[in-house]
Design a protein around this ligand. Structure first.
Ligand code: ATP
Ligand code: MG
Length: 247
């Protein structure tokens, strides 16, 4: 198996009396897809928030790429190479696909470049081309984001997150509300991405999860119920009873 990039060690957080995440530990590896599944309210998004810095854990540690990132602010964690795509859209709807990606890439350019007109940076142009290719949106380059399908917008959000050239990408329900065709395209995009970037995925589409994940972590009522490769998790009795159904 490839090298570990993320280690979550006994992290916990409570909201009032509710233990949203309790003593959860797992590891994710480079060039692989690690998925977190579980019923509504299991604590999946809260776990993502603890990893990306949106919420501080009350106990436990998060180590990314060999560095302790526990409690660091989200922008610092992002600059260290851990990016997340947002469930709430982060795009400029009145700009084109290309303009959105140029902005996403330019944020990453060395200081002075930010003062130059967008059209001046050849490196940014090359990065935009590569991102369009990675999420299969070349044909939409000049289209306004507001005109894209829901699925295309979600894939563009993935590309925007990739603009910071992360080592790991957190995706929270990337296929939520998508048509079957868009879901298939997104599945292929995630599979392609995982050759170069570690992907941590929260997703309710079990067939998609089982089809593309190298490792699956199952959460239930704030705790880790089980983890393993897809076949092991699918066969786990406690997982079937709590989540997959069918006994
Ligand atoms: N900021 C918050 N303040 C109070 N309670 C919260 C907060 N965020 C989450 N919760 C609660 O923590 C629990 C876990 O929520 P979370 O959103 O992590 O679940 P989830 O597994 O992502 O669910 P879903 O599949 O519906 O997205 C839920 O009971 C939720 O109501
Ligand atoms: Mg959630």
């Amino acid at each position: 198996m490839s090298e570990s990039i993320l280690r979550v060690d006994e992290v916990s957080v409570s909201f009032g009396g509710l233990r949203a995440v309790e003593g959860v530990s797992f590891e994710a590896h480079r060039c692989s897809v690690t998925s977190v599944i579980g019923p509504n309210g299991a604590g999946k998004s809260t776990l993502f928030n603890l990893i990306s810095g949106a919420i501080r854990p009350q106990s436990g540690r998060v180590v990314f790429d060999g560095r302790d990132i526990t409690g660091l602010p989200p922008n610092r964690i992002c600059r260290m190479g851990l990016a997340r795509s947002f469930q709430i859209s982060n795009l400029f709807f009145d700009l084109t696909v290309q303009e959105n990606l140029r902005l996403a890439c330019q944020v990453n350019e060395p200081g002075r470049r930010l003062l130059l007109p967008l059209a001046f940076s050849k490196e940014v142009d090359a990065k935009v081309d590569a991102l369009l290719d990675r999420v299969a949106l070349e044909s939409q380059r000049m289209n306004l984001v507001g005109n894209l399908s829901h699925g295309e917008q979600r894939r563009l959000e993935i590309a925007v997150a990739l603009g910071s050239e992360p080592g790991m990408l957190l995706l929270d329900e990337p296929t939520q509300g998508m048509s079957h065709g868009d879901t298939e395209d997104t599945k292929r995009t995630i599979q392609d991405l995982s050759r170069s970037v570690a992907v941590l995925l929260v997703e309710h589409d079990i067939e998609l999860v089982m089809g593309i994940s190298d490792w699956v972590v199952v959460m239930h009522q704030g705790k880790k119920l089980a983890e393993g490769d897809p076949d092991t998790v699918r066969a786990n009795r406690a997982v079937r009873e709590a989540y997959l159904g069918g006994g």
